[in-house]
Write a protein that binds this ligand. Structure first.
Ligand SMILES: [Zn+2]
Length: 322
């Protein structure tokens, strides 16, 4: 059996580099790919060479979710190296239709979601720039090149059986891999040292945002219940003691939810106002991620019936429920 080797690849995002993991035995397999960029390709090639491998030596690439920092160079690996691409059924559609999805999601942000939050134009500009970076950081994966497994399949990595877990929250189609005998957990973006942001996705009906943090907290509980020794996260260093981290993140989320509640009681009415209050004086990048977090807190308060929401002229307003 072989353990996953962490390879850190550069991105152009505020979140910093992304981890991909290499298993060398019994066949070279990569988990995730990094963004599609010259720097990322170069770093991956160099890291593989450090283990005596070239791109075409990779037998398989397994993809955890459809975010460009994780699957961006998958198509190139298949094209250049003839590498077999694998992912869960729930992830597959996003990989094969990312361009279409991204266009629709961009339109949703511009026309519906951002106006609903009551945000002002500097954030719009920031977001548009971000959308453009993403658009340059991937290639769609041709459906014919993608092999799928069930969302609860068992897959082979490093000569061991790993359970696929579907853990929505960071995104609707997040998957992670768990190896119960050796208690290893490839957590992707489900469990990171820093709480993963609950990304606002294109809703199924194109308009009604799905609750995010309530879903994430349920997945966090699912992960907490696992017997884990070592966590291999999608960003940052390998770590232990996952239950302490889960507990810490849950407490922080609940504490910040109380901050958001206090803010609404104090007169904050829109998501933009709550974000400005919770993330005052922070950079636009932090506020962008902060907007997703703030909406997550709002979702928890809505789920608990502590606040109510109503839409007026395309803007959503929140108020304390008596
Ligand atoms: Zn992600």
């Amino acid at each position: 059996m072989s353990k996953p080797i962490r390879i850190e690849l550069p991105t152009e995002y505020e979140a910093g580099p992304v981890n991909v993991y290499l298993f060398t035995e019994p066949e070279p397999v990569l988990v995730d790919t990094g963004v599609k960029s010259a720097a990322s390709w170069q770093a991956l090639t160099a890291a593989l060479a450090g283990h005596g491998l070239a791109i075409h030596d990779l037998a398989r690439v397994v993809l955890t979710h459809g975010h460009v920092d994780h699957f961006g160079q998958a198509n190139r690996l298949a094209q250049v190296g003839g590498v077999r691409l694998e992912t869960a059924v729930i992830v597959a559609h996003r990989l094969t239709n990312f361009t279409d999805y991204w266009q629709k999601r961009t339109a949703y942000y511009q026309d519906i979601f951002l106006p609903q939050t009551g945000l002002s134009s500097p954030m719009y500009q920031f977001m548009l720039a971000y959308f453009q970076i993403v658009a340059a950081n991937y290639e769609d994966v041709p459906a014919a090149a993608l092999h799928t497994y069930a969302n609860d399949a068992t897959i082979q990595l490093g000569g061991l059986d790993w359970q696929v877990l579907h853990t929505p929250g960071h995104c609707s189609h997040q998957t992670c891999f768990y190896q119960p005998d050796t208690r290893q957990f490839l957590s992707s973006d489900m469990l990171l040292k820093q709480t993963p942001t609950p990304v606002v996705e294109l809703p199924a009906d194109g308009r009604t945002r799905e609750p995010s943090l309530p879903t994430f907290l349920r997945s966090l509980e699912q992960v907490e219940a696992l017997d884990v020794d070592v966590v291999y996260p999608g960003h940052g260093e390998i770590f232990h003691d996952h239950r302490a981290l889960v507990q810490q993140q849950r407490e922080r989320i609940l504490r910040r939810t109380e901050d958001a509640y206090a803010c609404i009681r104090g007169g904050c009415r829109t998501a933009a106002q709550i974000t400005a209050h919770l993330y005052a004086d922070r950079s636009l990048a932090i506020q962008f991620a902060g907007l997703w977090m703030a909406l997550g807190y709002v979702d928890l308060l809505l789920e608990d019936g502590r606040i109510a929401a109503h839409e007026e002229n395309g803007v959503i307003f929140y108020e304390q429920k008596l």
